[in-house]
Design a protein around this ligand. Structure first.
Ligand code: CDP
Length: 223
């Protein structure tokens, strides 16, 4: 049976950590849609295009070739950008780029194709509401902004990216605000999504809970 699992939620709620592990344990393909918006933002910055200039960013569409490799390596126009898309500069600008309708339509088409005929776990902001409204399982993963900032801070330090906790908190709040207030496919919880507050849960607990929900759903489908 082909299963689709959508995981949405605010910035740094741990969606990709959970989605990757759930996909690994279930043998599904993991698709990181945030990485795609980050790729477009990186390309704009590299070309000296102002990410706040919608028309200029849109001109990049014919030049965008994104390849997501199975081991979570991301190629943009033939170059491994897995680390380059995680910088502070990209994080600071990605929500502007992600608010442009033409950019979203272009990436959503790729996302829907990737989800065809194969079991997937896809994480993002609009997966359950817009990209895959018929997903078998919809999770809305949240955590307090303090917890999310702490997690991203730790993650950055481990990667050798220097940063301050206060700055990260500010960045997450700014992105969440723009992501939830844009007019096209904003960050929001689908009516039929199950909310999981991960503030006081371990990674393993969240993964087990999502897998339990997926198995329940499969049993329901199979009758
Ligand atoms: O990992 P983190 O939560 O920091 O962010 P991400 O998932 O890499 O997403 C980066 C940004 O891309 C978000 O803040 C949104 O602006 C945008 N995004 C979106 O608009 N729609 C998606 N489906 C995924 C990401």
């Amino acid at each position: 049976m082909v299963m689709t699992v959508a995981i949405d939620g605010p910035a740094a709620a741990g969606k990709s950590t959970i989605a990757k592990e759930v996909a690994k344990r279930l043998g599904y393909v993991y698709i990181d849609t945030g990485a795609m918006y980050r790729c477009v933002t990186l390309l704009a910055l590299k070309k000296g295009i102002d990410p706040k200039d919608e028309k200029a960013v849109e001109t990049l569409i014919p030049e965008i070739q994104i390849d997501m490799k199975p081991n979570h390596v991301i190629f943009l126009n033939g170059e491994d950008v897995s680390e380059a898309i995680r910088t502070r500069e990209v994080a600071d600008n990605v929500s502007y780029v992600a608010s442009y309708k033409k950019i979203r339509l272009f990436l959503v088409e790729i996302q829907r194709k990737l989800a065809q005929n194969v079991s997937i776990v896809m994480d993002g902001r609009d997966i359950g509401t817009y990209v895959l409204p018929n997903a078998n399982v919809k999770i809305f993963q949240i955590a307090t902004v303090e917890t999310r900032a702490q997690r991203r801070y730790k993650e950055n330090l481990e990667k050798g990216i220097s940063c301050s906790l206060e700055d990260i908190k500010e960045e997450l709040e700014k992105r969440d605000y723009i992501d939830s207030h844009r007019s096209f496919a904003p960050l929001s919880k689908a009516e039929d999504a199950i909310e999981i507050d991960t503030s006081f849960m371990t990674i393993n607990e969240v993964v087990s809970e999502v897998i339990r929900i997926v198995h329940n759903k499969m049993e329901n489908i199979n009758g």
